[in-house]
Design a protein around this ligand. Structure first.
Ligand code: AVJ
Length: 317
């Protein structure tokens, strides 16, 4: 998530994603299009909202557990998928750099080259001995890693796994496993199942920041494709599906309206018509164990906070 960095979406890729998404039933837009510069700023604001517990819970967990995680996995390389916020990365790097003899390599993987450059420059300033080799790639694809010292800790934090359907999550973890050497570990951050009202409050904050974040996806489509979505003609909606254990976030058309999208044509909305913009799956230990198992990994440690709101799962081959 590229806070402060400029994100440039590929126009042709977005055109085919938006065409397919708005032709599908239900209509949908890929969550990755939330994160232009404004969307990344809004997400950053979300992480500081009183109702949005996951970021704080994960940071507190890492503060408590980074020493244990590093002493059990003794990594020479930290590989971070979707190099999110450097403050969580630092908690792991601080522990890795504690032993005076250690050479530590950091490999952040992110789609935004600008964002990678910014965060790597920042970390290099703070950790002069750190070897950095950023990889520009979509972490959901199969990409190759540069040569690096072993063993590695592969980290996928922030409960970003929650945006993936169960089948896509297995594919993603399987691709992590194919990059893992024996002796490597995988660290996964997941938001946990809990009181549905608490989860719903996290996605319906009283200041309406999540609503702005959700509507911003229309702004991104307008900016990149020249569409004429009017953000004020859609309502934010986020409900927890208790059977599928996931938040479903939608934009609901407030009125009958026609939106023109160059290259796609006119899209007609009736009042109440919805666009699905995000799924955010919530996990428990059994489901994480199953996910890891289906990807050929086994759970070795399970760390949660006292309130059991968030978990860090540590796995190996
Ligand atoms: C960045 C995917 C973890 O699912 O909670 C926050 C994004 N969406 N509020 C999440 C998000 C609405 C967030 N992730």
């Amino acid at each position: 998530m590229a806070f402060g960095a400029r994100v440039t979406f590929d126009r042709d890729a977005m055109l085919s994603d938006v065409r397919a998404g708005l032709a599908a039933h239900p209509r949908q837009l890929p969550s990755k299009y939330f994160y232009d510069e404004r969307g990344s700023q809004l997400f950053d604001e979300i992480t500081r909202l009183p109702e949005y517990y996951p970021t704080r819970a994960e940071r507190a967990l890492l503060q408590d557990r980074a020493a244990t995680i590093v002493s059990t996995t003794h990594p020479a390389t930290l590989i971070e998928l979707g190099a999110g916020s450097t403050d969580k990365t630092r908690l792991l790097l601080d522990q890795m750099l504690k032993s005076p003899a250690s050479n530590v390599t950091y490999i952040p993987v992110d789609v935004s080259a600008d964002f990678l450059a910014t965060s790597v420059a920042q970390l290099r300033g703070e950790y002069p001995t750190l070897v950095t080799s950023p990889v520009v790639a979509d972490f959901a694809t199969q990409f190759a890693l540069p040569t690096h010292p072993l063993p590695s800790l592969h980290a996928f934090l922030g409960s970003t796994i929650g945006n993936f359907t169960p089948a896509a999550a297995v594919d993603l973890v399987t691709s992590v496993r194919t990059r893992m050497a024996f002796g490597d570990f995988f660290l996964l951050g997941v938001d946990l199942r809990k009181d549905p009202h608490q989860i719903e409050r996290a996605y319906n904050d009283s200041r309406g920041i999540t609503a702005q974040f959700n509507k911003n996806i229309l702004n991104v489509v307008n900016n990149v494709l020249g569409a004429d979505f009017e953000m004020s003609k859609f309502d934010h909606n986020a409900v927890y599906d208790r059977d599928q254990h996931r938040i479903e976030m939608r934009l609901i058309s407030r009125a009958a309206q026609t939106v023109a999208i160059p290259g796609i044509g006119d899209v007609v909305f009736a009042p109440g018509d919805a666009i699905l913009t995000e799924l955010s799956y919530k996990y428990d230990r059994a489901i994480v164990t199953e996910l890891l198992g289906q990807a050929g990994l086994q759970l070795s440690e399970w760390f949660t906070d006292d309130a059991e709101s968030f978990a860090l799962a540590l796995a190996n081959r």
